[in-house]
Design a protein around this ligand. Structure first.
Ligand code: HEC
Length: 150
């Protein structure tokens, strides 16, 4: 094995690979693909927190103490949701109606942010968490019914 000569070559290849990856990323960003993927990943994160919340509410796990963490995460993610629907980022499960009816869509986003803030507050202050989560679920559904592909 000629470590002396194989190492630099391996490194060169890796750097070339890295460069390629960055170029690909830049290209898909320019076509909206990266933005749509990023939106989807954020939505999946919201979905994951929501499922964890339901697990706790159903007492599948004894992690009542995690409730505020999930509520905070959902409220934080709701806070950036309006930045995820850039013009030209159509794709994934996002229906064209999002960009065709921007006012109706903005209302659903606002309802989501309000409900997420309500849940955050309930989890923090020991309010009615069940009711807050139900309201939040309605806000998810309110948007998904009209703006997300089945
Ligand atoms: C204002 C609109 C809106 C609200 C409110 C909203 N979503 Fe979504 N959601 C979307 C859109 C649009 C997509 C599709 C995104 C994509 O694929 O690019 C999506 C996708 C998802 C996905 C990925 C799987 C799928 O159905 O495509 C999950 C999981 C999800 N949302 C969960 C939630 C949960 C849980 C809530 C509430 C806590 C919520 N969403 C609130 C618009 C919304």
């Amino acid at each position: 094995m000629r470590i002396g000569s194989s190492l630099p070559i391996g490194l060169t290849h890796r750097l070339a690979g890295l460069g390629c990856g960055l170029l690909l990323t830049a290209a898909s960003f320019a076509h909206g693909g990266g933005v749509a993927d990023y939106r989807h990943h954020n939505m999946e994160a919201i979905g994951g927190h929501m499922e964890a919340v339901v697990d706790i509410l159903k007492q599948k796990v004894p992690h009542q103490a995690h409730m505020a963490l999930h509520a905070n995460a959902i409220a934080d993610l709701a806070g950036i949701a309006d930045t995820l629907f850039v013009e030209g980022s159509q794709g994934g499960g996002a229906l064209p109606a999002i960009w065709e009816q921007p006012e109706a869509f903005a209302e659903r986003l606002q309802a989501f942010q309000d409900a997420a803030a309500g849940f955050r507050q309930a989890a923090k202050a020991g309010g009615d968490i069940g009711a807050a989560v139900q309201a939040l679920g309605q806000a998810c559904k309110g948007c998904h019914d009209d703006f997300v592909e089945e």
